[in-house]
Design a protein around this ligand. Structure first.
Ligand code: DWN
Ligand code: SAH
Ligand code: ZN
Length: 407
């Protein structure tokens, strides 16, 4: 087990789980690109000073975000509804002044800002992956295709003036230079402005055993405690925190300048809950590491049993998470011959590392397999409702978070 220096406070980060040699989780590749694929050691640890859980090894941001970024946020109906709801809430609360302005870090394909643009409110998306940035622009969203940091923030302030809201979703935990981001937000926000961000929750991952949420893009794994400490370090204060149902369970954090807003009772309640459950205790992390190894054993044993019985299984959904689980468990095409996914840019490509072929959704029912391994488990409700025919044909779903189960 190794250590590294905390990206937030320079404390010592103590490793607690090693998921082995892994590719970039969204680095879906064409068959001919497979031979010189990038791999790194995927391991996580916790800072002994501020509690921030983070990757031991960082993958350069331009290897992860570029003109071929595979994730399109609008690919799910439930996500579109969620982000439209976020936009409408901002329009009804923080963006009611004379000339309001909102900046979104990681606006992707405009899944949230398109509603703000339609309302005619001043906004700016900051999105370095130029392919998805172009989709946002085509929806009428004003986009700056750059990586957000304190220099970008200064340029935005100079051109547009201060922002009432800076928003980020499933993006802030992706940015290794988080100190620069927070200094930039400090420079960009109005005195009463807020920075709102919603990210995968450490509780979901550690207590909910969502180990496949650990991958190259997710540099940090936030908790209320570690975000509160991080906010204080950069002159902010955590003034609200609330559960969000996306990606298996996230938390939306609202931070403001110290003293600018009264913290909601939810902040203390969530903090007390984390401490009572021992979320950031070393023994909690050790137990997580041991339990994930058992889930791997159970899943691989099940897949071998299915193959020995001459039954068929295919993967359903090729989220970034599928890279972690297939590579950590050594799931190759002899156990799972292919995966179906609705994202056109992933079809015809291979899952990073394990090289499972990604096929269009039509392949799922042509013919139905005996089992479907649900990699996109955070979309289970939407997917199972859509695929009633699979169950009616006698098919069974395999899930592995929080434990392996068939049904
Ligand atoms: O943090 C991140 C979140 C925002 O999204 C990014 N780093 C990358 C990405 O993570 P992910 O790939 O795990 O996201 P999803 O939304 O869990 O991916 C779902 C996958 O499943 C997509 O490739 C689309 C696919 N899908 C499908 O094939 N049929 C999804 C649905 C709902 C379906 O019906
Ligand atoms: N907000 C969307 C998309 C999240 S995917 C959602 O919640 O579904 C993560 C996004 O963050 C990608 O589009 C990626 O290009 C972007 N990103 C990564 N690093 C960034 C940075 N430093 N500044 C701005 N965007 C960044
Ligand atoms: Zn730290």
């Amino acid at each position: 087990m190794t250590t590294t220096t905390c990206r937030v406070c320079d404390g010592k980060v103590q490793e607690f789980a090693d998921l082995g040699e892994q590719p970039t989780a969204n680095g879906f590749l064409l068959p001919h690109e497979a031979e010189n694929e990038f791999f790194f050691r995927l391991a996580v640890g916790a800072c002994e000073l501020c509690g921030m859980v983070q990757l031991l090894e960082e993958v350069p941001q331009d290897l992860r975000y570029h003109a071929g970024y595979r994730y399109h946020a609008s690919g799910s109906a439930s996500h579109r509804a969620h982000f439209e709801g976020n936009a409408r809430r901002f329009l009804a609360t923080e963006l009611t002044g004379t000339d309001p302005f909102i900046v979104e870090i990681g606006c992707n394909d405009g899944v949230m800002l398109s509603t703000v643009a339609d309302a005619g409110v001043r906004h700016l998306g900051v999105e370095p992956s130029s392919n998805v940035a172009a989709v946002a622009a085509a929806k009428g969203v004003r986009v700056l295709s750059e990586f957000f940091d304190e220099d970008t923030a200064a340029a935005i302030r100079a051109e547009h003036g201060p922002a009432d809201v800076v928003f980020g979703a499933n993006t802030i935990c992706h940015i290794a230079h988080i100190g620069s981001v927070l200094r930039g937000i400090d420079a960009l926000l109005t005195p009463a402005g807020v920075f709102v961000f919603e990210e995968p929750y450490l509780g979901t991952i550690i207590e909910g055993l969502a180990f496949d949420q650990i991958y190259d893009e997710h540099v940090f794994y936030f908790s209320v405690e570690s975000v509160s400490a991080m906010a204080a370090q950069f002159g902010f204060e955590l003034v609200d925190a609330e559960h969000v149902p996306l990606h298996g369970g996230e938390i939306r954090y609202t931070i403001a300048r110290q003293g600018a807003r009264t913290p909601a009772p939810a902040v203390a309640a969530l903090l007390d809950g984390e401490r009572a459950r021992g979320l950031s205790r070393p023994e909690t992390f050790q137990r997580f590491g041991r339990t994930v190894e058992r889930v791997r054993e159970d899943l691989v044993a099940l897949l071998h049993k299915i193959r020995a019985e001459g039954k068929t299984v295919v993967g359903y959904g090729a989220p970034g998470k599928s890279s972690t689980v297939t590579n950590y468990c050594g799931i190759t095409t002899d156990l799972v011959p292919f995966v179906c996914d609705s994202t056109p840019g992933k079809q015809g490509h291979l899952v990073p590392g394990s090289h499972l072929p990604v096929r269009p959704p039509e392949a799922f029912s042509d013919p139905y397999p005996d089992y479907a391994l649900l990699f996109a488990w955070n979309h289970a409700e939407e997917i199972m409702a859509k695929e009633q025919g699979f169950r009616e044909a006698g098919g069974q779903w395999i899930r592995y978070v929080p434990e392996v189960r068939v049904g």
